[in-house]
Design a protein around this ligand. Structure first.
Ligand code: B12
Ligand code: SF4
Ligand code: SF4
Length: 338
């Protein structure tokens, strides 16, 4: 039986996994020069001590010997959201990053963390003396590079890690291990499959993708502005636009990618059937009401009330104020507000 089956990985929505013993990122120089060129700003948490820790997994966790890297897909949710944007007459024109509705509408930092702990604990049962440490987005680890080293994808020109069979709509979650483990299939490093394509570069509304370095200029990315800069009152990049309705995160450079389109076609269900309570709450609050009414609600709700309403969702972290700021910019750009 493969490790995939033994660990019941499919039950967690994992679509692929890989294994590596390499502690040092293969594209470290690219990361360091990205920081030196200040392309990370305003994301200062990527520099300093956290930059040093990213230089090697042993800097982050001295016990590191190997890693299992998992891809947690939310492509199905992405398809349902696309169906809603295309076919639901009650949709108000706003768009949310599709990961916010994936994972039952629960913040993936919580949901996938639980999954990783369960997988780690079951690995311990069969590997004496095994210890693990998980890495999931917020840890000082170059996770796309880790997945690349594990042989489960390449860096697209949009800077996403793309998997040949599963596209890029997935979250990377990994277990760092204090031992090397046996009976794991080793995958060879994936080659570049972007070829001459430039669809993501052409589609990005803010020209945030640097085609030469294959990285993005963080300050120009809608995702930075709408998710990370939630305390701002001003618009720091002259390129910023939310005209397309992207009020929380942005999927545009992935929507257009042929490697996701291929996956879209393989998906059998694309009904707009969001069943989970959190999903329904998010949809009804953000995507199904007149945008001006939504803005008024966000303006009058207290921060505490908003956090209670969206507890355990991706919106709890960013809070009310950031979303209000995003929606006001959208309304102004559409000349609905002056
Ligand atoms: C900071 C950050 C952001 C920033 C900056 C993104 C960026 N592209 O750098 C912002 C806020 C903009 C952001 C946005 C998003 N993010 Co984010 N983010 C991160 C975080 C915390 C660090 C990324 C980082 O180190 N960036 C620095 C750049 C230089 O490194 P890199 O992106 O890993 O790119 C490598 C390659 O590009 C390579 N490289 C560089 N130049 C070149 C040139 C060549 C020729 C080659 C071959 C390689 C190469 O070197 C780099 C270093 O290894 C990671 C989690 C983590 N701990 O890694 C999540 C992560 C990258 N984000 C993720 C997601 C889902 C998103 C969004 C889709 C969310 C959304 N819907 O809005 C968008 C996508 C925007 C985009 N096109 O990248 C996922 C990506 C999954 C995937 N399939 O790749 C991650 C891995 C989180 C996770 N655990 O799943 N994010
Ligand atoms: S996430 Fe949106 S703004 Fe950022 S690079 Fe992709 S298309 Fe551009
Ligand atoms: S849209 Fe084209 S260039 Fe961009 S990541 Fe996908 S295949 Fe690569």
């Amino acid at each position: 039986m493969s490790l995939f089956d033994t660990l019941k990985l499919a039950t967690y929505g994992i679509v692929d996994y890989g294994y590596t013993t390499e502690a040092i990122p293969a594209t470290l120089d690219n990361y360091n020069s990205w920081i030196d060129d200040n392309n990370h700003l305003p994301l200062v948490y990527l520099e300093g001590l956290r930059q040093e820790k990213r230089q090697s997994l042993k800097e982050h966790w001295p016990l590191f010997e190997s890693a299992l890297v998992f891809l947690f897909s939310y492509h199905d949710t992405h398809n349902k959201l696309q169906a809603l944007y295309q076919n639901d007459p009650s949709w108000n024109g706003l768009k949310l990053a599709s990961y916010t509705l994936g994972f039952e509408g629960i913040d993936y930092h919580h949901k996938i963390k639980e999954n990783l702990i369960e997988i780690g604990e079951s690995l311990k049962l069969t590997h004496e003396g095994l210890e693990y440490k998980l890495t999931l987005d917020t840890h000082p680890v170059l996770e796309r590079d880790l997945a690349m080293r594990a042989g489960i994808g390449w860096f697209g020109k949009n800077s996403m890690l793309i998997n040949r069979h599963h596209g890029s709509f997935f979250i990377i979650g990994s277990l760092l291990l204090n031992k090397k483990i046996q009976n794991v299939e080793l995958k060879s490093i994936e080659t570049d499959h972007c070829g001459q394509c430039t669809r993501c570069i052409d589609a990005c509304p803010t020209d945030a993708i640097d085609p030469v370095s294959r990285t993005i200029v963080a300050k120009d990315c809608i995702s930075t502005f709408t998710i990370e800069q939630f305390r701002l009152d001003t618009v720091p990049s002259e390129k910023m636009t939310l005209k397309e309705g992207t009020i929380f995160g942005c999927d545009i450079c992935q929507d257009v990618c042929p490697w996701n389109k291929r996956r879209d076609r393989l998906q059998t269900s694309s009904h707009i059937d969001f069943k989970d309570e959190n999903q329904k709450k998010i949809l009804n609050f953000f995507l199904k009401r007149e945008v001006k009414v939504l803005a008024e609600d966000l303006n009058t709700l207290s921060e505490g009330a908003f956090k209670r309403l969206f507890k355990n969702t991706s919106f709890e972290r960013s809070g009310r104020r950031g979303l209000y700021k995003n929606i006001i910019l959208y309304l102004k750009e559409l000349n609905i507000l002056s």
